[in-house]
Design a protein around this ligand. Sequence first.
Ligand code: PBG
Length: 329
Amino acid sequence: MFPLRRNRRLRTNESIRSLVRETILHPNDFIVPLFVVEGKNIKEEIPSMPNYFRMSLDNLESEIKELQKLNLKSVLLFVKVPDNLKDNAGKEALNPNGLMQRAIKTVKNIAPEIIVMTDVALDPYSMYGHDGIIENGQIANDATSNFLAQMSVSHAKAGADFVAPSDMMDGRILTIREALEEEGLNNTGILAYSAKYASAHYGPFRDALDSAPVDLQNIPKDKKTYQMDYHNRIEALRETQMDIEEGADIVMVKPGISYLDIVREIKNMSQVPVAVYQVSGEYAMIKAASQRGWLDHDAIMMEQTTAIKRAGADIIASYFAKDIVKLIS
Ligand code: PBG
């Protein structure tokens, strides 16, 4: 007998297709990463991230106003720290008047409704470009966790709504949660980079912040002793489960497009919201290929970002957030 069901009926035209569409991007889905630098009236394009900029605090204000108009409501702040303020212990990260702390206040002053999330890791502050403190040639886990807890308290006191530890030390979510509670900062949330892989997709980001691991004797040349091995899947579930048990409010998988199997599994097992970071290298690949005319920029951007949501992302940190919202509104 001829098939009773002709699946093509539901694809006949755009009206029907949109009626039965399962996954649709919305401005509420996005976190906008922002790179902040010292100075005045600075807006420098990052060479490996076309049309993405480092900006000084005055320009951060205008950026925030633009995000408000676009209905984008969350930002994730990163700072580029001058070399003379870098050391092994990252102590500038605790400066109550440091760039991050001022950036948080800048956003909150002009847009109290915008959710401010902050990167919590040592790398922009580390003379070695590592996310942790180095002792005897190794990344010291517990010393780093304790430091990240102080850093989180400092960001929360400056007004951050969420701290986002991106370092992958063991036990840091619990250490941070306890430190926040001790200070009465019980409303400050934790977005945990729970399944963060040691990935080659972070290159442009490290250019943006000048934060790549240094090439020195006795210093690890990469982040593979703390970020995860991309050959592994079960490890991601274990890391995420532990972060949830330690009190993470939101868990995150990073990068995005090469890890959609992990995103789906984590979405299936997690009872907290799942975020995905579509990272700098994913952005750079789309920009580079479309600049050459090899791929259609907007079509690829929408396809890859929608795929991240379809895989299970409730929230997407993306350098495309503004472009996407302009396109869909
Ligand atoms: C810092 C941090 C990194 C990213 C976010 N936070 C770089 C790294 O771990 O080396 C990468 C983001 C991106 O590539 O867009 N710990």
